[in-house]
Design a protein around this ligand. Sequence first.
Ligand code: HPA
Ligand code: ZN
Length: 407
Amino acid sequence: MSSGADLATSYPSLAAVPRARLARFLAGMPKTVLHLHLEGSLEPELAFALAERNGVEPGSDAFPYPDLEALRAAYRFDSLGAFLDVYYAVAGVLRTEQDFVDLAAAYADQLIANNVRVAELFFDPQTHTSRGIAFSTVAQGLWQGLERARHAGVRVQLIASVLRDAPVGTVSDMDGVSAEQGFATMEEATGWATLGQLLDYQSTAAPERRIIGLGLDSYEKPFPPELFLGIYERAHAQGLLTTAHAGEEGPPAYVWTALRRLKVSRIDHGVRSTEDPRLLEHLARPHDAAHIVAAYGEPHRVPLTVCPRSNFMLQVFPDPTASNLLELLDAGVLACIHSDDPAYFGGYATDNYLAAVEWLDPSLAQLHQLARNGVQSAWLSAADKAPLLAELDAYFGEADALLGGGG
Ligand code: HPA
Ligand code: ZN
């Protein structure tokens, strides 16, 4: 294996590489996608097509954008909440199983086009079940659409995310719920009811279409992770792996409670962790707790899935050159690059690497490290990661030829 240090000395600076050549290099680089909301990959054109197919009037309360231009004009966010308001309004056009097939198929094409090897993708069941759509309609539609990525050799998994601003409910909400039914309101589509539906779905799904994990997303403050302690305990007991959004807008304390109490094996965003040196130290060390070994097959660091374009668009870092991604790397944190909601934030996997390179000017060695971290952060065993890492190392072994010279 070529080490990052060798590469750093053999190639001067990525800043000197013409943009088109750099974009080509990043497009061809094998990638991992671990922080991606499928609903956030709904492009405006497809949203309007689905609205029309479902008889949803553009400009109505159900879809408050009269035309493409008006929707695109709404893509100016000053916070996570401002974005989510639009994201949920647009997701309302997703109604039938075919809609979820079309959404996921369009994203599957992006996985292939972006040379993604491993994808662990979020969806938000409650966004749909609270509108009367069955959990199984959503999950089966998504899997059907994603099939073409699997056929192309992408390792694809689904993670069901609970909405932190929706009612948590109580464990009794699991009684009698079925994945085949939706709910009339969000008040009924509680976190516990959603876990009940997820487990009901798992009991009949083909093994390759089971859901691998549970996530936690949506409006971050004031909804600390510990509200979901019971749900996460039950999810672990049922063999689900877990992650949670924390430290995007919320404080480092949210990251601590996700780690210590929810026992997640990954943190989504987590960029505010640099505010707490003890937390950084914790993240930089491997841990051997059972939930970590369950996710990675060995003691492991807890990764942070950082999303450069998202952090810029939601003004987590209004000056994108102030992103702390490289600081996290320097601290020994397993930070990696992802796309979050690509239809809203201006780009898919390759675009996020390109943004990070342009904004942060990493060395080639740091870029190699970030790409390797993506593989290391997947919920795969070391044996499954080995060929992916070897492919990546071979690609960086060709970096001089791919990035330098003429042409
Ligand atoms: N953050 C939190 N929740 C979300 C996001 C996000 O970027 N996208 C979809 N749900
Ligand atoms: Zn996210």
